[in-house]
Design a binder for this molecule. Structure first.
Ligand SMILES: [Mn+2]
Length: 315
């Protein structure tokens, strides 16, 4: 395919917006990674707007050059990456949206490609985990977030919201609870025993205080020891990062990671058996200078780098 129409030979501010100017197509033959937008934000508990996240992250991805100097890899040299476009979401119907998300992701995974999803709110982790579980079995999960998202119900009694996906996923037996880590957890909670509840369900909580006391290198080491060679799903809620660095999100929590720490932790997962990725909760309407979307695009670039290293090692 002639790639130039997307702007790969043009200046970063020119061309049609796809992720890193990769071709917009649903042809999955020989594809290694599909970027998939899921512009759904109807399950948010506070301010909405993450439906505009995927488009904005794509826009900021035009600023990414191709070579990762930290991980020493140029992902597009090893991977055939496409922009699959967006799931056909239904804003007023979470269950239909979940069904369409799972079906779309299954189609991509069955064709042998890896999916990197752009949210959308974090309720989407559930249909994403369902699809990945169908392909890979029980998953180790590395979950960066300020919130555990393990409530039983949201405020008004609904089982499915962006505060509940990981509890549902544990109930549905999608997650290997010997290897489920939540990293960056903080903020006021609805109950004093919130962490205990999550721990009892099988989550290993690494609070922001643990992370700051130990340093990200130690955190990464703990992650690596815990997940081992299991298939790993990486779910990155941008509100794991401090609102000073990532203000564009619906439920910000102060006292979080810096952009640098976030990038370093993802880089630290190199060499593990990563099989799926999402980057959720980017809400451009509350952003300043697009810094949140720019960080999100760079985190996705690190995901791509992990996938490229995995493919390179297998060759
Ligand atoms: Mn979350």
């Amino acid at each position: 395919m002639d790639n130039s129409v997307y702007g790969s030979t043009l200046q970063p501010f020119a061309g049609i917006t796809t992720f890193m100017r990769q071709p917009a197509t649903r042809e999955l033959k020989d594809v290694d990674v599909a970027i998939l937008g899921i512009p759904f934000d109807s399950a948010t508990s506070y301010r909405s707007g993450t439906r505009f996240g995927p488009r904005k992250i794509r826009e900021l991805s035009a600023m990414l050059w191709g070579s990762n100097q930290v991980l020493r890899v140029a992902p597009l040299d090893h991977l055939r990456v496409i922009d699959y476009g967006d799931v056909d979401v239904v804003p007023v119907d979470i269950h239909e949206t979940f069904a369409r998300t799972t079906a779309t992701v299954k189609t991509i995974l069955d064709a042998g490609a890896t999916v990197i999803s752009l949210g959308g709110d974090h309720s989407l982790a559930l249909p994403l985990l369902r699809a990945h579980h169908a392909k890979f079995g029980k998953l180790a999960v590395v979950h960066f977030d300020s919130h555990g998202d393990m409530w039983d119900y949201d405020f008004v009694g609904y089982k499915y919201s962006h505060g509940t996906p990981f509890r549902r996923a544990v109930e549905e037996d999608l997650i290997d609870t010997d290897a489920y880590l939540q990293i960056g957890i903080r903020g006021s909670t609805s109950a004093l025993d919130d962490y205990e509840m999550a721990t009892n369900l099988g989550a290993r909580i690494m609070t922001i205080r643990d992370a700051m006391a130990q340093g990200t290198e130690k955190i990464v080491e703990t992650i690596r020891q815990t997940v081992g060679t299991r298939p790993i799903y990486i779910s990155f809620d941008i509100d794991a990062v401090d609102p000073a660095y990532a203000p564009g999100t619906g439920t910000p929590e102060v006292g979080g990671f810096t952009s640098f720490q976030a990038l370093e932790m993802v880089r630290g997962l190199a060499g593990l058996n990563s099989v799926g990725f999402d980057l959720v909760e980017v809400d451009p309407s509350f952003d300043h200078g697009d810094i949140t979307s720019l960080l999100a695009a760079n985190l996705v670039f690190e995901f791509l780098s992990l996938a490229a290293l995995k493919k390179r090692a297998a060759q």
